[in-house]
Design a protein around this ligand. Structure first.
Ligand code: GTP
Length: 597
């Protein structure tokens, strides 16, 4: 295809604002899906996906469109993941486009995540087409939100298009505007091939399906290709486009978007952001912006049944085939047994992974409190990377660095005070604040990632009755006064409860944890002190009082078989106990203490 006739674009929208419905209407208008085959959310639920029960999402779909000038253009709609932890992947999808439709529900207005993605699109110099959707709804306020959008992107309210993805009203006009406003791709047709990977999906039958946008040159079948980040070469088994089913083509030229299949089995061999070139006469320079997926949040995952350990390992290996950002290595905990230290992009990534392990692999898991990665610099100049509180070094520490994020919060103005209080309590620094309209405010903060990782989102929702939205992106590191707090049972540290916290929060963490454990751990034969300590300095203490628990005393002599039964029962109960030093702790106590903390 002549690059002048290509338009590559994405849709930036909040969940439920109508992205899938709009994509359906576009498919219909393009004529590649006949009306009678049309079903809701065509792209989300392709046949292949329904048959196999797996997810082959159409990461990019090619739509022919005849515009008002009677020319037929090729529109490539590129999907962006709508998920706060995957901002790097979003940035690569945006980098594959020249334009973006900013789609906003006319009854809701813009949300923080949409705003964050819009900023990213602006940084990538994309042409932005502001669109209000759902104008058929009685509750729609198109005038109000057109003004809001115009204020944010600096256009006139009259430039904001108004559509109903449901009825189709305004959608054809939108595509004509897209052809008019979004620039055609430019690249050097005669240069060595350079294509950017913007998504990579594992398929049980075909191996990894890699979605690419060609920048220079061309990729064709029967050519060996090279992944420029690693130098690894692969045979090209298939090149194709999705329109709307996968269709083989002989090659992809400048500006074109499609998929390739090389037979690699693991998405880490075909990484988002990497540049593909030809193995024979390759390009010398990678396309800009490549980053290795780097886990930001770590947590220990342990099977509740110790015998499930091999199942958990196999399950993690399976998930990793389709998730380049997931890392794991074996770990043992005195309290929890054998498990894995897992690395995630963020908290949602952790929650999704955990939910998948439980649902798809039928595992019952305990996860330790998530923590971020710390850089600890000792007075003697040595440096430690700490991904687990138990690795926090002893001795003379000079400085501890922690990751920070830039957060965007959007809220009705009534809750500004509540949000400021929350962010200040979490060591946040206000960067700026703008009124998007009379009653809606955008606030920008830097916050330590560790402070967001716990219950920040829940707190935000409860303090704003669910109205505030949040998005964040990592933004370097800062030195902070951080300490490790250990929780000790009878003088013995319980590894699963150690935490790295700011010195100002150490006391609160210590008293909360010791109180909780006093309540959760049953009385023992002797008194057990529960302490919180920084190094050797105890900062909080509770006592579990002693009881004399003599099962046999309940049997008034005589019946020996009954005695045996009781002893057996007690033994069974003990199997569920973990020993911490001399203290017996029911596994339940660990689970409850970790699930609420
Ligand atoms: P996710 O797939 O969850 O990310 O959501 P989405 O943004 O793709 O939204 P989707 O297209 O699934 O639409 C969300 C809901 O809004 C669905 O119930 C749609 O039927 C409805 N909807 C979408 N567009 C319109 C519209 O123009 N008018 C009305 N009344 N409803 C709409």
């Amino acid at each position: 295809t002549d690059p002048a006739l290509i338009r590559n674009f994405c849709i930036i929208a909040h969940i439920d604002h109508g992205k899938s419905t709009l994509a359906d209407r576009m498919l219909q208008l393009s004529g590649i899906v006949e009306d009678r085959q049309m079903r809701a959310q065509y792209l989300d639920r392709m046949d292949i996906e329904r048959e196999r029960g797996i997810t082959i999402k159409s990461q990019a779909v090619r739509l022919p469109f005849t515009a008002l000038d009677d020319t037929t253009y090729v529109l490539n709609l590129i999907d962006t993941p709508g998920h706060v932890d995957f901002s790097y992947e979003v940035s690569r999808s945006l980098a594959a486009c020249e334009g973006a439709i900013l789609l906003v529900d006319a009854a809701q207005g813009i949300e923080a995540q949409t705003l964050a993605n819009l900023y990213m699109a602006l940084e990538n110099d994309l042409a932005i087409i502001p669109v209000l959707n759902k104008i058929d709804l009685p509750a729609a306020q198109p005038e109000k939100y057109a003004e809001e959008l115009a204020g944010i992107i600096g256009c006139e309210p009259s430039d904001v298009l108004k559509v109903s993805a449901k009825t189709g009203e305004g959608v054809e006009e939108l595509l004509n505007e897209l052809v008019r406003q979004v620039p055609a791709p430019v690249g050097e047709a005669d240069a060595p091939a350079r294509a950017m990977i913007f998504d990579s999906v594992y398929d049980t039958y075909r191996g990894v399906v890699t979605y690419v946008r060609v920048v220079d040159g061309a990729l064709s079948t029967r050519e060996r290709i090279e992944m420029m980040s690693t130098g690894a070469t692969h045979e090209m088994l298939e090149v194709g486009v999705i329109s709307p089913e996968p269709t083989k083509v002989s090659g992809l030229g400048v500006g074109e978007v499609g998929y390739i299949i090389t037979g690699v089995k693991d998405v880490r061999q075909s990484k988002v952001g990497d540049t593909i070139t030809s193995a024979a006469k390759g390009a010398t320079e990678m396309l800009p912006g490549y980053q290795d997926a780097k886990p930001m949040v770590f947590s220990g995952l342990y099977p509740i049944e110790g015998t499930d350990y091999p199942v958990l390992r196999d399950a993690l290996e399976k998930l990793q085939l389709n998730d380049a950002a997931l890392t794991f290595e074996p770990e043992t905990s005195a309290a929890l047994g054998f498990g894995f230290r897992c690395g995630f992009l963020g908290l949602l990534h952790l929650e999704i992974t955990r939910a998948r392990l439980e649902r798809e692999f039928d595992l019952a898991l305990i996860s330790t409190a998530p923590n971020v990665v710390y850089q600890v610099i000792m007075e003697d100049g040595t440096e430690h990377t700490v991904t687990n509180p138990s690795e926090f070094p002893e001795g003379k520490i000079d400085q501890v660095f922690e990751p920070v994020v830039k957060a965007t919060l959007l809220s009705p103005s009534d809750y500004v005070g509540a949000i400021m209080e929350l962010c200040q309590g979490r060591r946040g620094t206000l960067l700026g604040m703008d009124y998007l309209s009379e009653d809606r405010v955008e606030m920008r903060y830097t916050l330590p990632l560790a402070e967001i990782v716990f219950d920040f989102f829940d707190q935000l929702k409860s303090r704003t009755k669910g109205y505030a939205s949040l998005d964040y992106d990592t933004s370097g590191e800062q030195a902070s006064d951080l300490v490790k707090v250990d929780i000790l049972l009878q003088g013995e540290a319980v590894d699963a409860f150690s935490a790295i916290v700011h010195r100002d929060h150490a006391y609160t963490y210590g008293t909360e944890m010791t109180k909780k454990l006093r309540e959760l751990i049953p009385r023992q034969q002797y008194e057990v002190p529960v302490q919180a300590a920084i190094g050797s300095r105890v900062i909080a203490r509770e006592n579990i009082r002693a009881i004399r628990k003599d099962v046999l005393s309940k049997c008034y002599g005589g019946d020996i078989s009954r005695k045996r039964k009781l002893l057996e029962k007690q033994k069974e109960g003990k199997k569920r106990m973990k020993m911490v030093g001399r203290v017996e702790v029911p596994q339940e106590a660990f689970i409850s203490a970790l699930s609420t903390g």
